[in-house]
Write a protein that binds this ligand. Structure first.
Ligand SMILES: [Zn+2]
Length: 428
C-alpha cells in the first residue's frame, strides 16, 4: 500500500531538524518515496490528512529486555533464575507461551512509537526468533537488533535469567559461538553488578568479570564482525570495559578524567538509561519496596548515570537512549519517559533528545543508512503525534499512528498499567 501524508508538520530526525510545513510525505509500501512540495498526482495513494499533526521518524530504544513488562513494581529478590528458565523451556507448552509473550511485548514497543529496538539480554534465542518472524512478515513488531542471552559470570548480573554464567574464558568464548550460530546482531556482556545485586551500601556496580575475559570476548566478537555492548555501573567497570575493547557502555557511572580519555580514545558510545534507577533513587521506599541499602545504591547509580550522560554531551562522546525495560516499574510502552528524563536531568534541548533517539541511535547501531530519519529511500518508520514534540515531549506518550517498514497502524492501542503510570507521572 502506498501512502501520502498531507497537511502535517514533518520533523526529519536530523540534528538541526526544523518543522517542515506544506509538504507531502510519500511512502511506497516499504520505503519513503519522497517529500514533495508540489503535490503530484496522488491517485494510487491512500491519502492521509494529518490535519496539522506532527510526523517524525519512529523512536529507537537501544536497551530493551523483552522478557518483562512493568513487573510487579517491586524489586525482585535474587533467586535461582536458571532453574526457573530451564523449567519454562523444558515444556513445549510453557516454552510456546513465553515465545508469544516476548513477541507480544515487542509489539507493545511498536504500538508505543518505537520502530526499532536493540535487545541486550533475553531468554535463550527468542529475541532472534521474534526478530526473524517480524522481518519475514509473520508477526507485527519493531525492527530488532538482538543479542539474545548476555554473558555473565557465576553470581554476576542477571546470571541464569537473561545471561549465561561463564565459569571460564573458554566458556565465555563458547557462548560467543552459540550466539553466532543464532545469528545475533551484537554480543552483550555483564561486567559489573547492578543496583539490586549489591549487598553493601556504596557497592553497586561491583566489578564481577575479569579484564582477561572481557578482552577475550571483545577480540573474538570483533573478529566475527560483532560489536560488544556491556552492562557497567561503576567507574572501575567502565575502565575495564573501555580498555578491553567494548563498543558501548550500557548505563554508565560517575566519570573521571581517565574515563573520558578512554571514551575519546576508543570511540566507544554510551547508552544512557535513567528509567531503571529513578524509582529506587527518587520514590519513597514504601512505594518502591526498596531496602535502605537499595535506595542508597539506587541514588549512586542514578546520579552516576546522569553525570556520565552530562559528560558525554559536554565532551562529545556518542550517546543514545534506552529505558532498560524488563526492570521493575518500566513498561514496554514507556520509552518516551526516558526522553523526558534525559531532557530534564541531563539538561539538553528537546530537539537534541529527539535526534539522539532517532538518527543518532540508528547511526550508533550501524543502521543509519536504513532508518532513523525521514529521507527518500529509507525505510518508512514513522510516528504521528498530536502536538509538537519540540515543544512537549509528552506527546510521544500517546502516538496517534505508527508506520513500520511501510505498514501503517492507524490507531495503535496499548493496554496500560495505571498503577505504574500513576507512580511515574509525577517525575515526568
Ligand atoms: Zn539492561
Amino acid at each position: 500500500m502506498k501512502y501520502a501524508f498531507v497537511n502535517g508538520v514533518i520533523l526529519d530526525g536530523t540534528k538541526d531538524m526544523e518543522p517542515l510545513r506544506g509538504k507531502a510525505l510519500l511512502t511506497d509500501g516499504r520505503k519513503i518515496a519522497g517529500i514533495t512540495g508540489n503535490l503530484p498526482d496522488l491517485s494510487g495513494y491512500d491519502v492521509i490528512d494529518l490535519k496539522g499533526r506532527y510526523i517524525m521518524p519512529g523512536l529507537i530504544n537501544m536497551h530493551v529486555h523483552l522478557a518483562g513488562n512493568g513487573g510487579n513494581g517491586k524489586p525482585q529478590k535474587q533467586k535461582d533464575y536458571k532453574r526457573v528458565v530451564d523449567r519454562l523451556f523444558s515444556n513445549p507448552l510453557t516454552a510456546a507461551a513465553v515465545h508469544k509473550m516476548v513477541a507480544d511485548y515487542a509489539k507493545i514497543e511498536l504500538f508505543s512509537g518505537v520502530t526499532t529496538i536493540r535487545t541486550v539480554g533475553g531468554l535463550r534465542d527468542l529475541d532472534t526468533r521474534v526478530r526473524d518472524e517480524i522481518s519475514s512478515g509473520k508477526r507485527l513488531g519493531p525492527r530488532i537488533l538482538a543479542a539474545n542471552e548476555g554473558i555473565s559470570v557465576p553470581g554476576g548480573h542477571m546470571a541464569g535469567s537473561v545471561a549465561v554464567a561463564a565459569h571460564s574464558i573458554d566458556e565465555a568464548l563458547a557462548q560467543v559461538d552459540i550466539a553466532r550460530s543464532q545469528n545475533v546482531d551484537l554480543i552483550k556482556l555483564m561486567i559489573t553488578g547492578g543496583v539490586m545485586d549489591a549487598v553493601k551500601k556504596g557497592a553497586p556496580g561491583q566489578l564481577k568479570m575479569s579484564t582477561e575475559m572481557v578482552k577475550a570476548v571483545c577480540d573474538k566478537a570483533h573478529s566475527c564482525g560483532l560489536r560488544v555492548a556491556a552492562h557497567v555501573e561503576s567507574q572501575e567497570g567502565m575502565k575495564v570495559a573501555l580498555s578491553s575493547g567494548v563498543d558501548s557502555i550500557e548505563h554508565g557511572a560517575k566519570p573521571d578524567e581517565e574515563t573520558i580519555r578512554l571514551f575519546k580514545k576508543t570511540g566507544a558510545s554510551l547508552t544512557t538509561t535513567l528509567s531503571p534507577a529513578l524509582p529506587y533513587a527518587l520514590f519513597d521506599r514504601p512505594v518502591s519496596g526498596a531496602t535502605e541499602i537499595q535506595q542508597y545504591n539506587g541514588r549512586i547509580v542514578f546520579e552516576g548515570i546522569r553525570d556520565m550522560a552530562r559528560a558525554a554531551v559536554k565532551y562529545d562522546i556518542p550517546v543514545c537512549l534506552g529505558n532498560d525495560v524488563g526492570c521493575p516499574w518500566i513498561t514496554q510502552y514507556d520509552f518516551w519517559r526516558e526522553l523526558v528524563y534525559f531532557h530534564k536531568y541531563v539538561d539538553v534541548t528537546r530537539r537534541d533528545v529527539l535526534y539522539l533517539a532517532t538518527l543518532r541511535a540508528a547511526t550508533l547501531a550501524g543502521i543509519g543508512d536504513l532508518t532513523g530519519s525521514i529521507e527518500e529511500g529509507k525505510e518508512a518508520d514513522l510516528i504521528v503525534t498530536e502536538g509538537s514534540p519540540l515543544e512537549d515531549l509528552h506527546v510521544l506518550g500517546n502516538v496517534r499512528m505508527v508506520m513500520a517498514g511501510g505498514k501503517l497502524i492507524r490507531a495503535p492501542k496499548i493496554h496500560r498499567k495505571a498503577a505504574i503510570d500513576a507512580r511515574l507521572d509525577p517525575f515526568c
